[in-house]
Design a protein around this ligand. Sequence first.
Ligand code: TRP
Ligand code: SF4
Length: 330
Amino acid sequence: MTERKRILSGMRPTGRLHLGNLHGALDNWIQLQQQYECFFFVADWHALTTDYATPGQIRENTWEMVLDWLAAGLDPAQSTLFIQSDIKEHAELHLLLSMITPLPWLERNPTYKEQQQQLDQKDLSTYGFLGYPVLQAADIIIYRAHGVPVGKDQLPHVELTREIARRFNFMYEREVFPIPDALLTEVPVLPGLDGRKMSKSYGNCIFISEPEESIKDKISKMMTDPQRIRRNDPGDPEVCPVFAYHKLYSSPGQVADVAHGCRTAGIGCVECKQILMHNVLSRLGPIHERRLKLERETDRVREVVLTGNAAARKEAALTMAEVRKAVGMS
Ligand code: TRP
Ligand code: SF4
């Protein structure tokens, strides 16, 4: 077998995943499994950089997320699935990288300032939060990954990872780390129920594992084209979040029919939403089935993670042996 290129990505454990997560990242990971050697992990230490004062949810969120991963189709037979904090080598590499990372690189990181302002109810003037990208760099290069599938928001972190890896190789005169590339995933942003970006903090999400009745209820209350007030008013599908969902969930023929029907007032919003409900539920049906089954097989899920952890640990240990040699600490 030819050597497949290795990719790695992580998600912070935010608990149950929503449809935005499914289409924004998870679907892409699932596709990549066939082509690459994949490492996917739960970035629970990263969650701690912002939630250190209230860490109680992180464990439960980790398991909920792993269940969604498996239910959606991440396949432990193809990919290594693991939990960051179970691989202590990440912490060691983070420490060693912190020695060589110039402070200004971190201070000028755009997401650092942005997040500090956005999460202003939390005190993020901490050492750990400033070092967030150094830990992320350690996550990536400890597996000598070639590619990192991420969204646009993570590009500054991957860029910083490249700079840190280059600096390490240069400083210790060894090509210990390949320089990873970001694999940018261009995905249409799925709007939330109210038309804004789907986000837990806005309370406008549909969750992957949400029961059918609740999904129907949420879709029936979704925002539509605000100009379309009465049934006879023609609408503009391009400004309607319901139509954005049709583009993802409905057949090309249905999408065309709905668009035409909307513009000519030939279809009402209730009917339009019913078509959507049907398509969303048939797409999520198999995922729900798998998830229910997994919820009853906690031992198997644990086993998947323990196996993934062991495989990850083995790789990380190999890299760390090289790293310790390079820094004269072996
Ligand atoms: N920072 C990433 C996010 O918030 C999560 C993450 C942590 C990550 N370590 C990583 C992503 C390594 C890719 C590679 O989404
Ligand atoms: Fe939106 Fe469909 Fe109503 Fe048009 S008919 S406004 S696309 S819900």
